[in-house]
Design a protein around this ligand. Structure first.
Ligand code: PLP
Length: 405
């Protein structure tokens, strides 16, 4: 007898997770995973931050802790500390009680909560995302019911940099009230951020067009190794007086990928609207996950609250960022030494975890199918997957992919 589900169709595969699966099943000894955006050591292994381990040991030894439900909006100490981390603890918005944090399921949870909130409380139906953008932005907003998912130009494939004129023109044409997702630091997938002068012009347009900025901040600390420097775009927008949300993720900078830890930081013009916004956010959270999980939030809160732990964690974030920067430099040097066609300057100009190599879809396919170098077909590689041991192999594969297409 046929199942009542027999009409259910296969959906499209989720590229980055499909790549990881293929990578783990691949028996080729040279295989390299440059797909997933997760930090790896120079041995190609995941890294549990020693600071996280220390705090986890403390948590497990503490017999007074329990597994009671958290409030719907999450762990208060985490929400306050996370908001202070991105805004700076002396930010006037915090001092004037114009900030709230809601604990969410990673950066993704913050983006989804924003979409659900805007749809219900703002009558919002239009969102603008960069072209290209992180693979989940469009789908999160469309699943939340946004009917108009628009793109603003971002990547200039010819010049391998930001298409700033295209970006401005597209945002200038956006309708009033549209939500605009901005990558707060280390744009995914291109690794190219606007300059501060360009950010000022973007802010002018957002202000003039009355758009609503959602700052997606998944890489604080990863771009430069400095948490403050990587927060400067967010702080600039707050200083300009925008009402905005920031979807903060602690997946990368704490290495807590599967703990799903995020904070949706809400900044308003006046404190009086905060309780209402929080109450609407709580209603949405209650229907989606009811209340968030405790473990990761506890880790982040304990580290951020303790000055000695905070310093240690900062140096571990810098360790990750610096290894990525070294791999960027090493890859560039080898591409030049081996005379692989192209200037490859863009590899050095890009920041953060990813590099948009400029490889075409066909060339990227050669990387995956022939050389077992797993990467996205749009040409994105995760620099964190490169090591001193595999960089030669990867560069040789690039050379072959380019010469064969
Ligand atoms: N936003 C961007 C730009 C990202 O790159 C990512 C993760 O790769 C996310 C959001 C999602 O972060 P999380 O894994 O914490 O949900």
């Amino acid at each position: 007898m046929a199942s009542i589900f027999s009409n259910v169709k296969m959906g499209p595969t989720i590229e980055v997770f499909a790549l990881t699966k293929r990578f783990s099943e691949d028996t080729n000894q040279n295989k390299v995973n440059l797909g997933v955006g997760a930090y790896r050591t120079d041995e190609g292994k995941p890294w549990v931050l020693p600071m996280v381990k220390t705090v986890e040991n403390q948590i497990s030894a503490d017999m007074t802790l329990n597994h009671e439900y958290l409030p719907v909006a999450g762990l208060p100490a985490f929400r306050t500390a996370a908001s202070a981390l991105i805004l700076g603890k002396d930010n006037p918005a915090i001092l004037e009680n114009r900030v709230e944090g809601i604990q969410v399921q990673g950066g993704t949870g913050g983006i989804r909560l924003t979409a659900e909130f805007l749809k219900r409380n703002f009558g919002s139906d239009v969102v603008y995302v960069s072209k290209p953008t992180w693979g989940n932005h469009k789908t999160v907003f469309s699943h939340a019911g946004f009917s108009q998912i628009k793109e603003y130009r971002y990547w200039d494939a010819k010049n391998l940099g930001v298409d700033f004129e295209g970006l401005k023109e597209d945002l200038q044409n956006a309708p009033e009230g549209a939500c605009v997702i901005l990558h707060a630091v280390a744009h995914n997938p291109t690794g190219n951020d606007p300059t501060m002068d360009q950010w000022a012009q973007i802010a002018d347009i957002i202000e003039a067009r009355k758009l609503f900025p959602l700052l997606d901040c998944a890489y604080q600390g990863f771009a430069t190794g400095d948490l403050e420097a990587d927060a400067q775009v967010v702080r600039y927008f707050v200083k300009r007086g925008f009402e905005l949300f920031i979807a903060q993720s602690f997946s990368k900078n704490f290495g807590l990928y599967n703990e799903r830890i995020g904070n949706l930081c809400i900044v308003t013009k006046t404190p009086d609207v905060i309780p209402q916004i929080r109450s609407q956010m709580e209603i949405i959270a209650r229907t989606m996950w009811s209340n968030p999980s405790h473990h990761g939030a506890r880790i982040v809160a304990m580290v951020l609250a303790n000055p000695a732990y905070f310093e240690e964690w900062k140096s571990q974030v810098a360790t990750m960022a610096n290894r990525i920067k070294e791999m960027r430099q090493m890859m560039f040097n080898k591409l030049r030494q081996k005379k692989v066609p192209g200037s490859w300057n863009h590899i050095l100009q890009q920041i953060g975890m990813f590099s948009f190599t400029g490889l075409t879809q066909d060339q990227s396919r050669v990387m995956v199918e022939k050389h077992h170098v797993f990467m996205l077909l749009n040409g994105r590689i995760s620099m964190a997957g490169l090591t001193t041991k595999n960089v030669d192999y990867v560069v040789d594969a690039i050379q072959d992919a380019i010469s064969s297409h």
